[in-house]
Design a protein around this ligand. Structure first.
Ligand code: 4AD
Ligand code: MG
Length: 438
């Protein structure tokens, strides 16, 4: 940038918060995070994407900059030039003795002042995104996505791009969003799974990251109506093979976040003990039957055949100090495409991976039914249209293979890793029951 004709490198805040930077004259760009006038001095805490630093303007020496600073509002964008000083009393231990201040974009009466309620903050999400809390979470999410991609690339999985507009349901009609598609009906995808299944016949090990949509009719702290879905599917893989893949993937992601996001986890006051523990595999495995017994022992009125809700899952997580699997569910609580146990066809070869500390399900997966006739029977039994699934049935007609896959909810994973109270903070613009924020 150009300051009085002198070209200067623009620094990032994190790069000057160190002793080696003391005495350097630097230029910074950012936003006014905090702002106060004491005596004839203006104290501006400047925020950029990396951190915050206090900048001081002494009115006795810089009357023009001082009068500019007096007029500054919260969240105005500014450029400052000044010298780096060590200052233990400043919020991040250093400060800038400003020699020049420029306002790029003024800001007056920023609508978020602190202490507002959640509805107000959600209405002002476009501005609330600047908050420290959401910034740290978004950085963790970026690492989660990067780490997932790293692991998949390093382990021979092909990235693919399935559609979002679909003609049939994957996870049942109850949570389908219908859209008008010219003169026909279509749906927003709940899962890429059925399409990924078609892709394994050429690529064998595939994955995709897409938005998935669920018309969830209850407002909970772990349901979004639009979320990011990471899905894997592989030819020749059994349920056990796929569970190994999922624990390797999740433990790798946790390890990478612990390596790269120490600052973020600390700012979020995340206790990292269980995260450290979760970098170690294998994860414990229990069967649905055992889970039922464990719940009954804790006083739950639950019987074989019932599905688990958030309450049941939360109590089950109390038994573990890392993610754990529940397997072999009754077929009636799972989807039509799951392969059934040869010995007991009432049981589906499905698995869920639950995050500890009360978080619950982050992954749902299964071995898929690969027999044409059995799959056809399941489709009829569920009352679905055979015609709609003709293409999916075809996959079992021409060179069928045993295969398995799973879906991981990215915001569910981020919510657990970051230790969030509510899933809405794991996504910049949350879509939840009945309301679309900016
Ligand atoms: O368990 P689900 O419904 O499984 C499937 O969709 C499979 N077809 C996936 C597959 O095998 N390819 O969803 C998978 C995961 C859940 O474990 C959860 O993490 C997440 O998607 N998820 C949601 N996340 C946020 N909000 C919602 N409403 C979610 N519904 C599911
Ligand atoms: Mg599920």
């Amino acid at each position: 940038m150009d300051f009085n004709g002198v070209r200067m490198a623009v620094y990032k805040v994190k790069d000057i918060l160190k002793d080696e930077a003391v005495g350097l004259e630097v230029t910074l760009r950012g936003w006014v995070y905090r702002h106060r006038i004491v005596g004839k001095k203006a104290f501006i805490v400047l925020r950029d994407s990396t951190n915050v630093v206090q900048c001081v303007i002494d009115g006795a020496f810089l009357p023009n900059a001082y009068s500019l600073a007096e007029k500054l509002g919260l969240e105005a964008s500014i450029e400052v030039r000044g010298r780096v000083k060590k200052e233990p009393r400043a919020p991040t231990g250093y400060e800038i003795e400003v020699v020049e201040l420029r306002i790029s974009g003024a800001s007056s009466d920023f609508p978020i002042k602190g202490g507002e309620g959640i509805d107000y903050l959600l209405d002002n999400r476009h501005l609330w995104l600047r908050s420290r809390h959401l910034t740290e979470v978004m950085k963790i999410k970026s690492t989660v996505l990067k780490a997932a991609r790293e692991w998949l690339t390093n382990n021979g999985w092909w990235e693919t791009t399935p559609p979002i507009l679909t003609a049939s349901a994957c996870e049942g009609g109850a949570t389908l969003f219908e859209v008008k598609y010219f003169d026909k009906k279509a749906y927003l995808s709940q899962s890429a799974q059925l399409y990924l299944e078609a892709l394994i016949y050429s690529l064998e090990k595939v994955w995709s990251l897409t938005p998935s949509f669920r018309a969830e009719l209850s407002r909970t702290r772990r349901h979004l109506t639009e979320y990011w879905h990471l899905e894997l599917e592989a030819a020749w893989y059994t349920m056990d093979d796929m569970m190994e893949v999922s624990e390797e993937l999740v433990s790798y992601i946790v390890k990478r976040v612990l390596e790269e996001n120490t600052d973020q986890l600390q700012l979020l006051r995340r206790d990292t003990g269980i995260l450290e523990n979760s970098t170690k595999t294998p994860y414990p495995r229990i069967r649905y039957d055992e889970a039922i017994e464990m719940l009954q022992r804790k006083g739950f009125q639950i019987k074989w055949g019932d599905d688990f809700g958030a309450d049941e899952e939360r109590v089950l997580t109390e038994y573990f100090d890392k993610p754990f699997f529940i397997t072999h569910f009754p077929k009636k609580v799972k989807s039509f495409y799951m392969k059934l146990d040869e010995e007991n066809p009432e049981i589906a070869l499905g698995f869920d991976l639950l995050a500890p500390e009360g978080y619950g399900e982050i992954i749902g997966g299964s071995q898929r039914e690969d027999d044409y006739q059995k799959l056809l029977n399941r489709i009829i039994e569920e009352g679905y249209s055979v015609n709609e699934y003709k293409w999916y049935l075809d996959l079992r007609k021409y060179g069928s293979v045993p295969h398995s896959g799973f879906g991981l909810g990215i915001e569910r994973l981020v919510m657990w890793i970051a230790g969030l109270e509510h899933i809405r903070d794991a996504i910049p613009f949350p879509r939840m029951l009945g309301r679309i924020y900016p």
